[in-house]
Design a protein around this ligand. Structure first.
Ligand SMILES: *Cc1c(COP(=O)(O)O)cnc(C)c1O
Length: 351
């Protein structure tokens, strides 16, 4: 049944190995971030085989899916109060920035007779999650009082909201903060987590500040690209994932709709280019399953025209495509997120 997404496990293993090896050389452990593939166990297992040290996800439902895998799991979205109990259940380590929540985690960890590890997130300019630099020491001192919480590390997240690129300068701040914590409290942190796939270029060019010993990465592994500048990582595959969708209508029609143009199904006013009559094909996949702009047809003779909830419209003029034929695509990150999340898309693993 189509649509389907094909996942090449050997290719993702190869990507992961390249990334892990390069990081290992510099003393950096890799947390494989699974959100882009909803932590499907087949893929998570392949990454663990390839040498990642931790598995991480923003969602507890996803961590739960891999609870059978014997490896430390990190919750990478700061937890909500209402989820605190499950955080203790499904993660070993969580990223945090709110003392109130950390205290709640301590309470539930005590109930479960567990020690929960936390990484304090520091705000270094991107303006998403993170404690302000001037407040860090106060928070650390409060955390020290909590019996069932172990302060495991500090971390930063960049290039996510504000688009701020990691540099030796802003990541150097993280190292300074680590030293300050050590001086003032005597705590030797185990994890200094220097960001996501946008920090990888600093591993490649040798400019990642010494002391950073962990990166949390999804994109380098799934697409083989670092995400500060979008460069391909040498030797990696960019076709781990391919999408196949089926043609359900193929007809020659006008290239411009007839009648007064109002809003489309999503409240936008569409614009059209007059190409006369063209051969159009409709695929049975839509916005409920994917991100239109992230779908790149492998056949260069195909042009993507538009997409509604359940229909994807192509210009296939000059080709032989007919109904029942399959059209293949490469994807970007947002398309991958949606395709893996959609229950209407079959997942097929290639070994
Ligand atoms: C998504 C996410 C990552 C991984 O991002 P990539 O760009 O896929 O490497 C790392 N850390 C946090 C906190 C995230 O939310």
């Amino acid at each position: 049944m189509y649509p389907k997404i094909k996942i090449d496990l050997n290719k993702i293993k190869a990507n992961c190995k390249i990334v892990v090896d390069q990081c290992e050389e510099k003393g950096i452990s890799v947390t494989a971030i699974m959100k882009s593939f909803c932590a499907r166990p087949e893929i998570a297992e392949a990454l663990v085989e390839s040498g990642v040290k931790y598995l991480g996800d923003a969602r507890l439902e996803n961590l739960k899916r891999v609870s059978h895998i014997n490896i430390e799991k990190i919750l990478i979205r700061i937890p909500s109060k209402s989820a605190a109990k499950d955080v203790i259940k499904y993660s070993d380590i969580s990223l945090n920035s709110e003392l109130e929540v950390i205290k709640l985690l301590n309470q539930y960890a005590a109930e479960e007779n567990k020690i929960h590890k936390i990484v304090l997130m520091v705000e270094l300019g991107d303006l998403r999650e993170g404690i302000l630099e001037e407040d860090i020491l106060d928070v650390v001192k409060e955390v020290q009082k909590l019996k069932n919480i172990k302060l495991f590390g500090i971390g930063v997240n960049l290039t996510c909201y504000g688009g701020v690129i990691p540099t030796p300068k802003n990541l150097g701040k993280l190292i300074e903060i680590n030293e300050k914590i050590k001086m003032e409290t005597g705590i030797e942190l185990e994890m200094i987590s220097g960001g996501n796939s946008s920090s990888y270029y600093l591993v490649q060019n040798g400019k990642l500040p010494i002391g950073i010993n962990n990166l949390r990465m999804g994109e380098t592994i799934v697409f083989g690209t670092e995400s500060a500048y979008g460069e391909r990582i040498k030797g990696t595959h960019n076709d781990v994932f391919t999408v196949e969708a089926e043609i359900i209508e193929s007809k020659v029609k006008n290239s411009i709709p007839e009648g007064e143009i109002g809003f489309d199904a999503f409240g936008n006013k569409p614009v059209f280019e007059d190409l006369g009559k063209i051969k159009r094909a409709i695929l049975s996949i839509g916005r409920q399953d994917t991100e239109f702009s992230g779908m790149i047809p492998l056949d260069e003779n195909i042009q993507c025209l538009g997409c509604s909830s359940d229909h994807f419209i192509l210009n296939v003029t000059g080709t032989d495509y007919k109904i029942g034929d399959i059209v293949k695509f490469r994807l970007n990150y947002s398309a991958l997120l949606k395709l893996m999340t959609s229950e209407y898309v079959n997942k097929e693993y290639i070994n």
